[in-house]
Design a protein around this ligand. Sequence first.
Ligand code: ATP
Length: 300
Amino acid sequence: AGMVSASAGALSDYWGDWMRSIGATERVFEIIDSAPEGEGAAGAGRRLQGRIAFDGVSFAYPERPGRAALDDVSFAIAAGEKVALVGASGAGKSTIASLLLGFYRPDAGAIRFDGQTADALALADIRANIAIVEQEPSLFSGSIGENIAFAVAGRAVAPAEVEAAARLANAHDFIAAFPQGYDTIVGDRGVQLSGGQKQRVAIARALLRDPRILILDEATSALDSASELLVQTALEQLMRGRTTIIIAHRYSTIVKADRVLVLRQGAVAQQGTHAELLRQRDGLYFQLMENQLAMYRDSA
Ligand code: ATP
């Protein structure tokens, strides 16, 4: 008693929602957030250090054979390193995330975690070590507490743990302001949360999951600035000490990353720190930054 965990009812609603939306590729990411039953909860299996390598990875989606979404992609990310993936729409950023999460296998090359090929590891163990925060997280219909505790479905989570995660994620105050607090029902039959609030709930969920590897799909549309600041500081908490791959859209995020991987048409065009890349005046990165600046000037 007194334990919060995702109820069977909430779980089945969630999977129902997911199945309905399976047509949308970004929805596929939701599966990973939630330590599906039978795949072991986070922390149950092997704990990785968080080193990642792509070794000559090529991949075409089964729906589009012969058209490489990734073409001979190689990079290495140290444990705890923060890497921003940048590149035009369709350059392959999300595909890298999908392959990491094991939704697809490379046609050629290898993906390694801590030096071991993904094939040599159990998919459940890989997934238990990764959390993803999407740009528009969708919550299942259930209480806010259940939505956060869903990170570790399969084990009971003490309310104090849920609250601690919510506090770190800058979510506690808005949750506590509801008359029902953590028992407040969200979703179709409950209260609607703002985009920023949903993101903070998703961040609390990821914190509770305590993954070694984090994938952040950065929002393209800005939240209002108060909400933005709360989300940003919560994300910084979440990234601390974890290998982080950011599908980055914002200058501020890219500049803060330890390293930037610039993708063009499924290939790595450049990689290095922001400063290094900016010095290459004829490079794609310089051009992308110029475009960003031009857009900023136009909107100012
Ligand atoms: P964006 O910034 O728009 O999200 P991206 O850099 O993440 O783009 P990807 O989504 O990885 O790019 O797409 C890489 C290539 O693979 C594109 O040509 C895209 O059209 C194609 N692609 C992506 N998802 C699928 C899919 N599920 N089936 C077939 N082709 C796909």
